[in-house]
Design a protein around this ligand. Sequence first.
Ligand SMILES: NC(=O)c1ccc[n+]([C@@H]2O[C@H](COP(=O)([O-])OP(=O)(O)OC[C@H]3O[C@@H](n4cnc5c(N)ncnc54)[C@H](O)[C@@H]3O)[C@@H](O)[C@H]2O)c1
Length: 374
Amino acid sequence: MAEQIKVGVVGCGYWGPNLVRNFRSIAGCHLKLMCDISEVRLAHVRSLYPDVEGEVDFKHMLNGAGLDAVVIATSVKMHYPMAKASLLAGKHTFIEKPMAATSHECEELIEIARKNGLVLMVGHTFLYSPAVRKIKEIVDNGDLGEIRYICARRLNLGLFQKDINVAWDLAPHDISIILHILEEQPISINCRGTAHITPGVEDVTSMCLHFPKERSAIIHSSWLDPRKVREMTIVGSKRMIVYDDVAQQEKIKVFDTRVERPPHYDTFAEFHYAYHYGDMYVPYIKQEEPLKAECQHFLDCIRSEATPLTDGHRGVELVRILEAASRSLKASGAPIDLSRPRNFHHSIHDLSARPGRAKEKSLAPSASETCSRS
Ligand SMILES: NC(=O)c1ccc[n+]([C@@H]2O[C@H](COP(=O)([O-])OP(=O)(O)OC[C@H]3O[C@@H](n4cnc5c(N)ncnc54)[C@H](O)[C@@H]3O)[C@@H](O)[C@H]2O)c1
């Protein structure tokens, strides 16, 4: 690998420019090319970064620019064809979340990357945030005791999407954090939702993931709320964490709070729950932009031939959960069993086919500060 890794970013709409900005700022990376099919978007990003080449044709980007790596930030349905073409052209490939529209597509991409010895990474940005890394450290130290449940809320007004519902747009962030913390897969999922604004595209969803040993996670996602909320509560048997990603400071609060049942009692009068209200503390968290750490990690993995923290396997796990959520939505919230392998691939394509369907380092803001949709 040459000293400079030559990177191109395709998709310069809402999110792509954040990737462009970060890759451009990392030493050892040459952000060589930005590609967007829209001349208007391309002209805009070129006005910001005139030193970076622009291209409207993705094929030319793959074949003519001498890139080592391709970063894909287009709409979800374009992830698979673009990532496949990129991997087959021998490029290390980074795909924004969610990895693809079906788990089938994800599996194929994993296999192509494996066969060709290429890095395939998915943009589960929050796993690179100092706040989530701190939460993981606290959980892994056993400070919370046994995790009982996690409740996540990611709400704001817009941005309304036409091709994916709010679960496919916002819930990937929460699902990726929850799977990272619990280190296990759900055994069943149910999801309910309503399309208030765009017919057939749910803008409010409530998903429940059920894990072994009675553990669960509830994820409420909405494009239809007056406030921007990015909150997660992690309830353990010994302590609880409240993580507020919108907070400028004190993003994580650890509460020494719990409730215990008496081990045994003889009469009802003797029975009392023991509520424990202890101190609350705020762990120190470094101010680092998660996206920058994520971009750096991609480059580090290319250099060292390491497997990314958020590799294709993490990507497909998440897409399987979204597929199950789509099935459950279609079945009015019926639980979908994931405890045994099944051969279903209910994708965002199916959503649009339904009747009535419309289709680690810098001083910078957090992911949620650079993206109201994250
Ligand atoms: N990691 C995060 O925190 C985060 C946050 C927001 C969005 N995202 C993800 O980023 C991706 C892009 O989202 P967005 O909101 O920027 O979408 P967007 O629609 O604003 O931008 C997509 C861009 O891709 C371009 N495009 C489409 N087809 C193309 C083609 N064939 N060739 C070249 N360019 C093409 C479009 O012209 C558009 O400018 C999505 O996967 C989304 O889920 C991630």
